[in-house]
Design a protein around this ligand. Structure first.
Ligand code: ASP
Ligand code: MG
Length: 402
């Protein structure tokens, strides 16, 4: 049996925690499991490194930032290997270069393309626990890249897929995936299982538990994924292909405050305008989320969309610089917005779910700025200050509590 176990930053934050991880792995190792362990950087180390970089240069070259950030994971894997050594358990730590985790070129948000399995297989055959740095890769220039914040989950799932592991376990500081963030919604409940599609939406829409690309990969390669606590033995949440015949209408509520609404006002109402606008944004590698285009009136129209807040200034600048060529009158934006979403495969066959959500927001006197939907999701853009109230009200409305 081969398992990939991934431990997040809080799970390796200090000496005690590192030994806790080592003991947990020891149990599995003694049971005869082959183990690949993927680690994040210790505690908030990645943030610390980013701050260090910005103190030297507010706009650090992305290649050098990656060079710096990858040291966070190299530290934690080496320390865990030292802990195993002290316990008399054979292990070896490997970074992305040593494994050879090949990624795309782009720094800060690279995607894994291919993983060489030889070195890992060889080490596993020698009965060693293989500890791999999360979050990093190497591009075709042999430079380090990183996979985007929270990317260690994706490293773990990609390794599980490449090595045909039996399961990929994501250990974290919560017990599993909840119907909503339990710090905000006190009545939130831990789910026993959830489908890949639902989890993908929840992860993308702000449920902080998993990196969304890890879920995408898990679905693509049918990797059984489990989210569980590194601090206790409770069962956690299993993420897999949908099986429930009669599930809940709505499985979970998520909120994302890292959003900015940008509106381009007074665009010409003719073909090609939306293409030119979003092409400019895409060329800067900025992900656009909700999009709303007004009906053309007197030959002019407005287009609004949301982007992650950390790239909002960049997006706004691009649009300001191209205002004339786009033929826009004005660029308007609001950073104090949040996306609140409900997700559930159950709504696929049940009409009226969106209406119930809107009514519930109306009853709470919360105004909706934008709406977007898919077969299994409804997202609204609201004022950021209303986020918590909205989540609690919606969670109640759909009876997601215990
Ligand atoms: N250490 C990285 C971060 O803080 C990657 C991860 O933890 O998954 O984003
Ligand atoms: Mg994480």
């Amino acid at each position: 049996m081969l398992t990939v176990k991934k431990f997040g930053g809080t799970s390796v934050a200090d000496k005690e925690r590192i030994y806790n991880v080592a003991r947990r792995c020891e149990k599995a190792y003694r049971r005869g499991e082959s183990l690949i362990v993927v680690l994040s950087a210790m505690g908030k180390q990645t943030d610390v490194l980013i701050d260090m970089a910005k103190e030297i240069n507010p706009n650090p070259p992305k290649r050098e930032l990656d060079m710096l950030l990858t040291t966070g994971e190299q530290t934690s894997v080496a320390l865990l290997a030292m802990a195993f050594d002290a316990m008399g358990i054979p292990s070896i730590s490997l970074n992305a270069y040593q494994v050879a985790m090949h990624t795309t070129r782009v720094h800060g948000n690279a995607r894994l393309k291919r993983i060489d399995t030889d070195r890992i297989s060889h080490e596993l055959e020698a009965k060693r626990i293989v500890i791999v740095t999360g979050f990093q890769g190497v591009n075709k220039y042999d430079d380090y890249t990183t996979l985007g914040r929270g990317g260690s989950d994706t490293t773990a799932v990609a390794l599980a897929a490449a090595m045909h592991a039996d399961v990929c376990e994501i250990y974290t500081d919560v017990d599993g995936v909840y119907t909503a963030d339990p710090r905000i919604v006190k009545k939130a409940r831990k789910m026993k299982e959830i489908s890949y599609d639902e989890m993908l939406d929840l992860a993308t829409l702000g449920a902080g538990v998993l990196h969304n690309r890890s879920v995408e990969l898990a679905k693509k390669y049918s990797v059984p994924l489990v989210v569980r606590s590194s601090l206790n033995d409770s069962e956690g949440t299993v993420i897999k292909e949908a099986t429930k015949v009669e599930g809940m209408l709505v499985s979970g509520v998520a909120a994302e405050k890292n959003a900015t609404r940008i509106s381009v006002i007074g665009l010409e109402d003719k073909p090609g305008v939306a293409f030119r606008l979003f092409d400019l944004i895409a060329r800067a590698q900025i992900n656009v989320d909700m999009i709303l285009q007004s009906i053309g009136r007197d030959g002019s129209k407005d287009i609004s969309f949301t982007v992650p807040e950390d790239v909002a200034d960049e997006a706004i600048k691009i649009l300001e610089d191209n205002k004339a060529s786009l033929g826009a009158d004005k660029i308007d934006f609001n950073k104090n917005v949040a996306k609140v979403s409900i997700v559930g495969t159950g709504m696929m066959s049940a009409p009226g779910v969106a209406a119930r959500m809107f009514e519930c927001l109306y009853n709470s006197r919360i105004n909706i700025n934008m709406i977007s939907t898919s077969e299994i999701r409804v997202t609204v853009l609201i004022n950021e200050k209303d986020t918590e109230r909205a989540m609690i009200a919606i969670h109640d409305e759909f009876g997601l509590e215990d």
